[in-house]
Design a protein around this ligand. Structure first.
Ligand SMILES: *[C@@H]1O[C@H](CO)[C@@H](O)[C@H](O)[C@H]1NC(C)=O
Ligand SMILES: *[C@@H]1O[C@H](CO)[C@@H](O)[C@H](O)[C@H]1NC(C)=O
Ligand SMILES: *[C@@H]1O[C@H](CO)[C@@H](O)[C@H](O)[C@H]1NC(C)=O
Ligand SMILES: *[C@@H]1O[C@H](CO)[C@@H](O)[C@H](O)[C@H]1NC(C)=O
Ligand SMILES: *[C@@H]1O[C@H](CO)[C@@H](O)[C@H](O)[C@H]1NC(C)=O
Ligand SMILES: *[C@@H]1O[C@H](CO)[C@@H](O)[C@H](O)[C@H]1NC(C)=O
Ligand SMILES: *[C@@H]1O[C@H](CO)[C@@H](O)[C@H](O)[C@H]1NC(C)=O
Ligand SMILES: *[C@@H]1O[C@H](CO)[C@@H](O)[C@H](O)[C@H]1NC(C)=O
Ligand SMILES: *[C@@H]1O[C@H](CO)[C@@H](O)[C@H](O)[C@H]1NC(C)=O
Ligand SMILES: *[C@@H]1O[C@H](CO)[C@@H](O)[C@H](O)[C@H]1NC(C)=O
Ligand SMILES: *[C@@H]1O[C@H](CO)[C@@H](O)[C@H](O)[C@H]1NC(C)=O
Ligand SMILES: *[C@@H]1O[C@H](CO)[C@@H](O)[C@H](O)[C@H]1NC(C)=O
Length: 685
């Protein structure tokens, strides 16, 4: 009996388990998608007038929980997530979803907690009030959506909101910026769960106590207020003192492009949790006493410090004192001081920051030697010391920078000789800019096989390549940009082995390159867009293969010995600079069916061109300079010159055979916005 009971009970248990499984099965089917919500989503879909990438194509059928960008609670089937983020770094804004409003069908989604519409286009409408009723929201991202107007205070009802991103970007600024009315930021103070707040691009110049309101939020740790018209008084001590918990809590603070000036307020010293601080593009002149090194030391968790584009930063002597004390290690990874006025040597304490990956000191008026100790920063990936007054050599210790990807020391007064050994371990280097250091030279054996594959190599105006085109460039298959201008390069022709298939920019100007252009130059570098070979000794005619350059936008062949007729095949809509002056080209300037609507400058001076005014320029509405001096152009000046060339500022026609009709000038130049004296003074000689 007992046995039976136990048997019975095990059967019951089995049945119960099966029932449970069945229930779960049924439940998961019914939980797939709630009909009412599906209909709301379809209405939302229909509110977009443009979906160029068919991102909502999957929004059909019954199972809305499986639609792209929709997420449901698996137990209840309610929609909890809409994520239609359009990463604008990957596509142009006009390729995003577009609508004239944010549709209120979203209100049906009672359990929605994550709404990301960032990067899509809402045609300069306002943020709707109804968003303030979506009380389950914890994440709301409307950044870069071209929404305008006043932020509805209704958003203050979102007491569960943890992340609010309303960042606007520069490209949206053409429409009127969001201008919150006086005192109209009070709603922010109700967002008691907020830890991340991004409000870049709002004009807060009229908002009273902005920082006081913001810093009163009990959990806030990430604050982005780029381009918000903030002023010093927003950061005056009084309004901060009462909220010291924010000050010691804040981890990310981004105040790029505001109107802050003078010394960085001392309160920043107390932000001991900071990991990311961006104060770039303000008008700070100095950091508080103790200087940058002390600041970094006090904020040892800081990973990114950006003080760039404070053009007067360093004019105040306080900075100088920062070198007295050395900093102990710390976590800093990015130090950006470009476009400042440091007027100092590169400090030795940098070497203590072992995690540094990026040092940017471009154009910061630094001078003196590059410290050997920088070679100890084994994590360094990006080092930009360009446009300064550095002297001495590039330290040999740099050969130890195994992770270096970008090295830019251009426009200094460096000297010395770099050999294969200098680069022997730089496996990851892809950008090397040594240009404009006239006493720097490269001594590299012809058979060198470098450890790196460069994308960009600039050695313009360094010393002396002499009679050999650097052979090692043959190994650099990935090159995108190369400049060897002004290097005394004296070769009998551009070598035919030089075939960088991805090259876009080539500058070999101001050398002594002789001979004709390689017949196959167009095949050797088929993607070329910018070619500068001016001021050389190149002769012969233009080879047919240049017809391959369908995207050419700069062609400068001036001051050579080129001759012959020209074909129009390379004249394309992307061209904006064409300089063929001071050669021996002849014949009629070619025609092309393409519209040269972007071309800005055309120099044909000192050749033997003949025939009428180049008709290919007939619709060149961007043309600013046209110099035909010293040719045999003839005929009358066509009326389209006055009618179509609306941007023209310089028209130089002298020493030709034109038949200038004075009436023409009176009748047809009225379209020119600015008839500059240069046109008339030089036109009829
Ligand atoms: C429905 O969505 C599926 C993808 O989930 C797609 O393959 C199909 O073409 C869509 N049907 C319609 C009519 O848009
Ligand atoms: C799904 O909803 C249930 C019931 O409301 C809730 O307990 C659970 O936490 C939710 N799950 C998620 C992942 O939000
Ligand atoms: C909001 O979306 C953008 C992408 O459009 C993203 O870069 C940003 O990090 C998001 N903001 C937050 C706080 O997650
Ligand atoms: C965008 O909004 C403007 C102004 O309301 C309107 O004239 C225009 O038609 C809208 N664009 C589209 C494509 O609907
Ligand atoms: C939300 O906030 C607005 C304005 O702050 C207020 O008028 C409204 O009553 C609030 N709505 C809810 C549902 O709390
Ligand atoms: C911000 O608003 C103020 C006052 O309305 C205005 O004077 C200022 O020009 C605005 N700033 C920007 C950058 O739009
Ligand atoms: C800070 O708090 C003190 C005392 O509570 C108060 O008197 C003062 O007005 C507050 N300062 C600011 C700027 O709010
Ligand atoms: C900032 O920190 C200093 C000590 O480092 C302290 O004396 C000062 O009171 C702090 N200021 C605030 C506003 O917390
Ligand atoms: C920035 O600061 C410098 C030095 O104090 C001052 O001369 C200049 O006028 C300021 N510029 C702006 C735009 O405030
Ligand atoms: C350097 O450190 C000493 C001792 O830690 C300190 O007294 C001094 O003020 C510091 N100097 C600067 C310029 O920070
Ligand atoms: C280098 O120093 C000179 C004189 O000290 C100064 O005029 C020049 O602007 C500096 N150049 C750079 C790039 O900082
Ligand atoms: C930096 O490297 C040099 C060797 O070039 C070494 O003597 C020195 O101790 C290193 N400095 C640090 C702080 O590791």
């Amino acid at each position: 009996m007992r046995k039976l009971v136990s048997n019975e009970s095990s059967v019951v248990v089995l049945w119960m388990m099966m029932l449970l499984l069945l229930l779960q099965f049924c439940f998961s089917i019914t939980a797939a998608c709630i009909q009412k919500e599906r209909e709301a989503l379809l209405r939302f879909k229909n509110s977009f007038y443009e979906d160029p990438f068919h991102r909502l194509a999957s929004w059909n059928g019954t199972d809305c929980c499986n639609w792209n960008g929709v997420g449901c609670n698996q137990t209840t089937g309610y929609v909890t997530i809409i994520d239609l983020r359009q990463d604008y770094n990957q596509v142009d804004s006009y390729e995003s979803l577009s609508s004239n409003f944010i549709d209120s069908s979203l209100l049906e989604l009672k359990y929605l907690n994550h709404l990301d519409l960032s990067g899509n286009y809402f045609n300069h409408t306002q943020i709707p009030n109804f968003l303030g009723s979506m009380l389950e929201l914890t994440y709301l991202n409307l950044s870069r959506t071209s929404l305008i107007g006043k932020i509805p205070p209704h958003l203050g009802n979102l007491s569960k909101l943890e992340i609010l991103d309303l960042d606007r970007d520069y490209y949206e600024f053409d429409a009127t910026r969001w201008v919150p009315l006086n005192g109209d930021i009070e709603w922010i103070s109700h967002l008691s769960s907020l830890h991340t707040l991004h409000l870049s691009g709002m004009n807060f110049s009229n908002a009273i106590n902005l920082m006081q309101v913001i810093s009163s939020l009990p959990s806030l740790s990430s604050l982005r207020l780029r381009s918000c018209s903030l002023q010093n008084n927003d950061f005056s001590l009084g309004s901060w003192l009462n909220y010291s918990s924010f000050i010691s809590r804040v981890q990310l603070l981004d105040l790029h492009d505001n109107q802050l000036s003078g010394q960085i307020p001392t309160i920043f010293q107390n932000m001991t949790s900071l990991k990311y601080l961006d104060l770039s593009l303000n008008n700070f002149t100095a950091i508080f006493e103790g200087g940058i090194s002390t600041f970094i030391e006090n904020n040892c968790g800081l990973k990114v410090l950006d003080l760039s584009l404070n053009f007067y930063f360093g004019t105040d002597d306080v900075f100088e004192s920062s070198y007295e004390n050395e900093t102990m290690g710390c976590d800093l990874q990015v130090l950006n001081l470009r476009y400042t006025s440091l007027k100092t040597k590169i400090p030795n304490w940098l070497e203590k920051l072992k995690n540094l990956q990026t040092i940017d000191l471009q154009s910061s008026q630094i001078y003196g030697l590059i410290p050997t100790s920088l070679g100890n920063l084994s994590n360094l990936k990006y080092l930009d010391l360009s446009i300064n007054n550095l002297t001495g050599t590039i330290p040999a210790s740099f050969e130890r920078l195994l992770n270096l990807e970008v090295l830019d020391v251009s426009e200094n007064s460096l000297k010395g000789v770099l050999t294969e050994a200098s680069f022997a371990n730089l496996y990851r280097l892809h950008t090397l800019n040594l240009g404009y250091n006239e006493n720097l030279s490269l001594e590299i054996k012809a058979n060198w096989n470098p450890p790196f594959q460069l994308l960009f190599f600039d050695a313009s105006r360094i010393c002396c390549f002499g009679s050999e085109f650097p052979q090692w460039l043959q190994t650099q298959k990935a090159l995108v940009g190369l400049s060897l201008s002004n290097t005394n390069l004296s070769i009998s022709s551009i070598p035919t082995w030089f075939t960088p298939q991805n090259l876009i920019t080539l500058n070999l100007s101001n050398n002594q390159i002789m001979g004709p252009l390689p017949t196959n130059i167009g095949d050797q570098m088929p993607k070329l867009q910018r070619l500068r070979l001016n001021d050389n000794l190149i002769d012969g005619s233009l080879p047919r293969s240049i017809c391959r350059w369908k995207n050419l936008n700069v062609l400068n062949l001036s001051n050579n010995r080129l001759s012959g007729m020209i074909e129009g095949c390379f004249l394309n809509p992307n061209l904006y600079l064409l300089d063929l002056s001071s050669n021996n080209f002849s014949g009629i300037f070619p025609y092309s069916h393409e519209n040269l609507s972007y071309i800005e400058q055309v120099y044909l001076r000192n050749n033997n061109f003949e025939g009428s005014m180049p008709i290919v320029l007939k619709n060149a509405k961007s043309l600013e300079i046209l110099d035909l001096t010293g040719n045999k152009f003839s005929g009358t000046i066509p009326t389209w010159v006055g009618e179509n060339l609306e941007s023209l500022q310089f028209l130089i026609l002298r020493d030709n055979l034109f038949n200038i009709n004075c009436k023409f000038w009176i009748l047809h130049t009225t379209n020119w916005k600015e008839v500059s004296p240069q046109i008339l003074a030089t036109s009829t000689e």
